[in-house]
Design a protein around this ligand. Structure first.
Ligand code: APR
Length: 356
C-alpha cells in the first residue's frame, strides 16, 4: 500500500528509513527527536555531530544504528509563527526533501512523524493536510514507487476535518447497524489492532498476527444489498459487470480501458502498489481482498450500484453491519473519490484503510 496512516511509535517500525523531526543543531532534543536518539543509541549523535546542523526545510541522512530502520532522515520543520512567515512552504520542503533523500538511498519504505505538529506548534489539522498533500504529490509522480507511512503517535495529534467527521458520524448513525456487527464474525476481524497503548488500523509492520478470515466469509455476509438499485440502473458498464463469465481482473482491466485511464494512473489513484497490480493483471483468476476491490471502485469513480456489481465479481458485498463499508458508501454516494480523504476518514474511525 503506497500510502498508509498508522498509529504507534516510529522507533519501532521495520522500514528502510524513519524521518526525525529534528532541530537545526541535529544534536537531539525532546519529542520524536529524543525518542529516536534514545532508541538508536549514542552512535547516532556521534554521526549527527559530523553533519554541521541542518537548515529548516532541508534534510540529512544517517544510519539507524540500534533502530530497526536502516536510515534516519533528519529534517527540520518550521516553528509556527501564525502562518505568514512561509511556514507552509518550509513544511512542504521538509517532507519533499526527506522523500527525495529516501529515494536517493533507494529506500522502498519510509515513515514520517507529523513534523512540526508538536513542540513547533504547527496547527495539527493544517500539518496533516500539508503532510498528506506533499506525500501524495510525490507518490503521484510516475517514477516514485515507495511505501510511505505517516505515523500518528497520539490520537490527539490526528485532527481530521471536523465538519466531514460529523457528516460521516451522522451517516453512520442512520445507516450502520452496530448490533449486527457485534454478532457477526466479520465484524470482529474488522476491529483495529491495539499496540503500544495506541489503537490503530492493522499494520503488518507492527503486528505479527494476520487475520485469517477468508473472502468467502465476507461473501456470506450479504446484507442490505441494494439489488433493486443495481438492476434498476441500466447502463452498459453495469450490464458488462453482470457478465458472469468475466473474472474480477478481466472486469478491472476492461473498465480501466473504458474509462480511458492508464494502468499506472488507476493503481496509483487506488493506493495499490505496482507489484500487486502486475499480479492482478497477469492472473485472470486473481482473488482480491475487499479493500482492494473497493480501492479500485473509488479509483474508477464507480457509482454505488456499479460498486456493488464490481464487488459481486469478487464474491463480496457492501454491508451496513460493517463500519468501514458504510464510510466508503458515504463517500461514493457523495461522489467524493479522494482516496487520501477516504483513508483519513477510515483512520479517524479506527478502520482498515483502502488500498494494498
Ligand atoms: N513516534 C512517532 N511520532 C512521535 C513520537 C514517536 N515515538 N514521539 C512524538 N511523536 C510525534 C508527536 O506526537 C508530534 O505529532 O511527533 C510529532 C512532532 O512532534 P515533536 O517531536 O515535538 O517535533 P516538532 O513539533 O517538529 O518540534 C521539533 O522538538 O523534539 C524537539 O529537537 C526537536 O527542537 C525540535 C522540536
Amino acid at each position: 500500500m503506497p500510502f498508509r496512516i498508522v498509529s504507534g511509535d516510529i522507533t519501532k517500525l521495520r522500514v528502510d528509513a524513519i524521518v526525525n523531526a529534528a532541530n537545526s543543531s541535529l544534536l537531539g532534543g525532546g519529542g520524536v527527536d529524543g525518542a529516536i536518539h534514545r532508541a538508536a543509541g549514542p552512535r547516532l549523535l556521534e554521526e549527527c555531530r559530523t553533519l554541521n546542523g541542518c537548515r529548516t526545510g532541508e534534510a540529512k541522512v544517517t544510519l539507524g544504528y540500534d533502530l530497526p530502520a536502516k536510515f534516519v532522515i533528519h529534517t527540520v520543520g518550521p516553528i509556527w509563527q501564525g502562518g505568514h512567515c512561509g511556514e507552509e512552504e518550509l513544511l512542504r520542503s521538509a517532507y519533499r526533501n526527506s522523500l527525495l533523500l529516501a529515494r536517493e538511498k533507494h529506500c522502498e519504505s519510509v515513515a514520517f512523524p507529523m513534523i512540526s505538529a508538536g513542540v513547533y506548534g504547527y496547527p495539527k489539522d493544517q500539518a496533516l493536510e500539508v503532510a498528506v498533500s506533499t506525500i501524495r504529490a510525490f507518490l503521484d509522480e510516475e517514477e516514485n514507487d515507495m511505501e510511505v507511512l505517516l505515523v500518528i503517535f497520539d490520537r490527539g495529534s490526528f485532527r481530521f476535518d471536523v465538519h466531514l467527521y460529523s457528516e460521516i458520524s451522522g451517516y453512520l448513525r442512520n445507516t450502520y447497524d452496530e448490533e449486527k456487527e457485534r454478532g457477526s464474525f466479520f465484524g470482529d476481524v474488522a476491529k483495529s489492532v491495539a499496540f503500544g497503548g495506541v489503537s490503530g488500523s492493522r499494520c503488518s509492520l507492527f503486528s505479527r498476527s494476520k487475520s485469517t478470515f477468508s473472502a468467502n466469509c465476507e461473501s456470506a455476509v450479504r446484507e442490505d444489498i441494494d439489488e433493486e438499485a443495481a438492476a434498476a440502473a441500466p447502463n452498459d458498464l453495469r450490464k458488462a459487470l453482470e457478465n458472469l463469465d468475466e473474472s474480477f481482473s478481466q472486469a478491472l482491466l476492461r473498465m480501466i480501458d473504458s474509462k480511458g485511464m492508464k494502468d499506472s494512473e488507476c493503481y496509483k489513484k487506488a493506493n495499490i502498489d505496482r507489484k500487486l497490480f502486475s499480479k492482478i493483471r497477469s492472473d485472470i483468476n486473481y482473488r482480491p481482498s475487499k479493500q482492494t476491490v473497493l480501492a479500485f471502485a473509488v479509483a474508477l469513480e464507480l457509482d454505488l450500484p456499479e460498486t456493488e456489481a464490481f464487488l459481486r465479481k469478487a464474491g463480496f458485498a457492501l454491508s451496513h453491519s460493517n463500519k468501514a463499508d458504510v464510510i466508503v458508501e458515504y463517500f461514493i454516494r457523495n461522489k467524493n473519490y479522494d482516496m487520501y480523504r477516504i483513508n483519513e476518514a477510515l483512520f479517524a474511525f479506527d478502520q482498515n484503510l483502502l488500498g494494498a
